[in-house]
Every structure is written in C-alpha cells, then in structure tokens.
Ligand binder design. Structure first.
Ligand SMILES: C[S@@+](CC[C@H](N)C(=O)[O-])C[C@H]1O[C@@H](n2cnc3c(N)ncnc32)[C@H](O)[C@@H]1O
Length: 222
C-alpha cells in the first residue's frame, strides 16, 4: 500500500537542487547552531538524525559526536549526502534508507542513541504520538531528543495543497506528546523564522522552534 504521508517522490525529485535554496541552508545552520548550544554534543555520543535529507544539519554535527546514523526515506536525498561524505572524507556518518515511522521493520531497532534529532521532518510524519514513542525507545537513559519544526501555521507554508503534512505544531500539545513518550521537556525556543511568500502569494513569517527533551527513567508500562 502506498503511504501518502511518506512518498519519497517529491524529495527524490528535489534532491539535486535541495541545497541551492538559501532559506533551507539558513534554517539548517540555525538548527545546528541552536542544537549545539542546547545539547552540547560530546565525542562519546551515538547520534541519529531522522529525515536527514542531504545532511545540511548532520554535516555540522558529525565532527562533534562519535558516530552518526543519518536516516531518510528518500534514496536521492541520501545520495547527495553520500557524495558529501566522500568529498569531505567523513568517516563517522552512516546513511540508512529507513522509515522509522513504520513500526514493523527497522534496521535500527537493536541500537541505542544518546542523541536523536531532526530538522523540518516531524511535520511529514503522520502519527506524531506513535512516532515519538518509537524514537523514545531508541534513546538511551539520559539521552536527548532535539526536534526543530514549524510552530502552528496557517496551512499555506507548503506550495502543494495536496501534500500530506501537519500544519506545524502547538508547543503545549507537542510537550504533552513528548511526556507521553516518556520524555521530559528541557527547553523550547524559537531558533529561526522563515520569511517567505506562501501558497496564497502573501509574504508571511513562519517561526521554527527547537524543543529538547530527555529520558530520565524507563517509560511506564501502563
Ligand atoms: C523537509 S525535508 C528536511 C530535510 C533536512 N532535515 C533539511 O533540513 O534539509 C524532510 C525530509 O524528511 C524525509 N522524511 C519524510 N518522512 C520520513 C520518515 N518517515 N522517515 C525518515 N525520513 C522521512 C524526507 O525524505 C526529507 O528528506
């Protein structure tokens, strides 16, 4: 069955030009800088980025951690990242074409990470609550999750009206979902604001948050 929420077609098509968009590069750099300030990545950490795309964020994080699993569902986005890995001689990033929202299979299920992060990907995943539970299970005790995404928006951010996405997130509601996944919210901050012409042709502001949360104890079984 085709998962309309997880069609890699659009990202496969856009992959080769992805990095040419200055706002994409700017938000990724903003996310990386805010994440580094908030999390203080360490050389002992095993890190995971889901929805890594062409690796705009992970290229910045990789030198600061032990190893990094860069996961995406688009083979073409990953191919661009793979090319950068070769060009820059990066030895600690491993790419994986995996859909972490598919509960049935995951090459990563056996692994644990001290840091899991994403940038502009959570709104592409249908069942936020189930997904947060899945990634919480991959996080070691004391580990940190850092998610950057859009605040609640007017539904006009994406150009394609048929694209399946969440229209950003309400911070209180997302905090409750993180708590429900056994995670304690540490910080919520605005780290970037898109200034873009939306689908209605109006120039509008779309703030991006970074939320960090930690896993202090085992997820309750009931
Ligand atoms: C808006 S792009 C962001 C890419 C990158 N994080 C960046 O900031 O440039 C969203 C990415 O998430 C990927 N994606 C969507 N659903 C996914 C899923 N369920 N699991 C892993 N990756 C997913 C897409 O293929 C795409 O590369």
């Amino acid at each position: 069955m085709v998962d309309a929420w997880n069609s890699s077609d659009k990202f496969n098509r856009e992959a080769s030009q992805w990095d040419e968009n200055p706002q994409r590069r700017a938000v990724a750099l903003g996310v990386a800088q805010a994440l580094i300030a908030a999390v203080k990545p360490k050389k002992t950490m095993r890190a995971l980025e889901f929805g890594c795309g062409t690796g705009l964020v992970s290229i910045e994080i990789a030198p600061l951690v032990k190893r990094l699993s860069a996961v995406d569902t688009s083979p073409e986005m990953l191919a661009v990242l793979q090319e950068k890995i070769g060009t820059f001689g990066i030895t600690n990033i491993e790419t994986s074409c995996t859909n972490l929202s598919a509960s049935t299979e995951s090459a990563l299920n056996e692994q644990q990470f001290e840091l899991i992060y994403s940038s502009m990907t959570l709104h592409h995943i249908d069942d936020t609550s189930a997904f947060l539970n899945s990634i919480s299970a991959l996080l070691s005790l004391g580990g940190i999750i850092a998610l950057a995404d859009l605040d609640l928006e007017d539904g006009l951010f994406h150009d394609d009206p048929n694209e399946k996405v969440h229209y950003g997130f309400d911070r209180k509601a997302l905090s409750a979902l993180l708590n429900g996944a056994g995670l304690q919210v540490m910080s919520f901050e605005t780290i970037y604001t898109f200034n873009k012409t939306n689908r209605a042709g109006i120039i509008a502001l779309y703030p991006v948050f970074l939320v960090t949360a930690t896993k202090n104890q085992s997820v309750p079984q009931e």
